[in-house]
Write a protein that binds this ligand. Structure first.
Ligand code: HPA
Length: 280
């Protein structure tokens, strides 16, 4: 796998999608573990398995499907990534974020991403939904920024700003959507770590000190590329577990716990996203 993709390679992937679908979506959704039901409810879908798109990264994680779905949701034309690949699976950042580059070429202007995250803010409980208002790109700060490498000036600027990376207007729509459904959303800062090991108590203490409200292993590389591409971004974390520096003795976070809590929240998360789509 090359370190970086050329525009021709990304065009090649986008061409496959264009040829295989009747739709010209402007809204993209990246759905993490568990939201298969929402992806499956896209109306009149054109479905493209990831294996059929050149260079597309395929998730190896249980709970992550691997299909691109284009169609209608709440009367909007959407492109849904059912399942995502992560850096910890071994993909280079360029490949983790290739789907966002393809979305850019297809004309996506608004990107909605969901993920599972550990809750670090003491007011958070498992099952809460948190709007991401900012992020800590720990890998990016340390050199694994997805924009490292040659810059395609047609795609975006060499030095893109990252203030208001998470669109204030979209966050407002999300709050309105949740209120309409009778629940509230937390808001907070998402710290992106590589994983796949969960954090040690010392690491969690460090993340708390630098301002993290939640910690997780995805989303941020895609957001950086989406902002480079000029997309508006909404990020929603499901707080699937508490990530506290001083857990009760004998407790370990498990992927099963993450998936289980993720499942419980599906009705709220689905209603939230549908509400946002209706309001767009
Ligand atoms: N840490 C990192 N990533 C996660 C967690 C966590 O506690 N929960 C879900 N994704």
């Amino acid at each position: 796998m090359p370190d970086f993709f050329t525009r021709v390679q990304i065009e090649g992937a986008a061409a496959i999608v264009r040829n295989r679908s009747r739709y010209q979506p402007t809204i993209g959704l990246v759905l993490g573990s568990g939201l298969n039901s929402l992806a499956d409810s896209v109306e009149n879908p054109d479905i493209i398995p990831y294996e059929q798109i050149p260079h597309w990264p395929i998730s190896t994680v249980p709970g992550h499907a691997g299909r691109l779905i284009l169609g209608q949701l709440e009367d909007k034309t959407v492109m849904v990534l059912q399942g995502r690949a992560h850096f910890y699976e071994g993909y280079p950042m360029s490949q983790v974020t290739l789907p966002v580059r393809v979305m850019q070429l297809l004309g996506i202007q608004t990107l909605i991403l969901t993920n599972a995250a550990g809750g670090m803010n003491e007011n958070f409980r498992p099952g809460d939904l948190m709007l991401i208002k900012d992020h800590l790109n720990l890998l990016g700060l340390a050199g694994e920024n997805p924009l490292r490498g040659p810059n395609d000036d047609m795609a975006g600027p060499r030095f893109p700003g990252m203030t208001e990376a998470y669109d204030p207007e979209l966050r407002q729509l999300a709050h309105e959507s949740a209120a309409g459904e009778g629940f509230t959303l937390q808001e907070g800062i998402y710290a992106f770590v590589a994983g796949p090991s969960y954090e040690t108590p010392a690491e969690l203490r460090f993340l708390r000190l630098i301002g993290a409200d939640a910690v997780g292993m995805s989303t941020v590389p895609s957001v950086v590329v989406a902002r480079h591409a000029g997309m508006r971004v909404l990020g929603i974390s499901t707080i699937t577990n508490l990530a506290l520096p001083d857990p009760p003795p004998g407790t370990q976070i498990s992927h099963e716990e993450v998936l289980e809590t993720g499942k419980m929240v599906i009705p709220h998360l689905t209603a939230l996203i549908r509400g946002v789509l209706r309001r767009l």
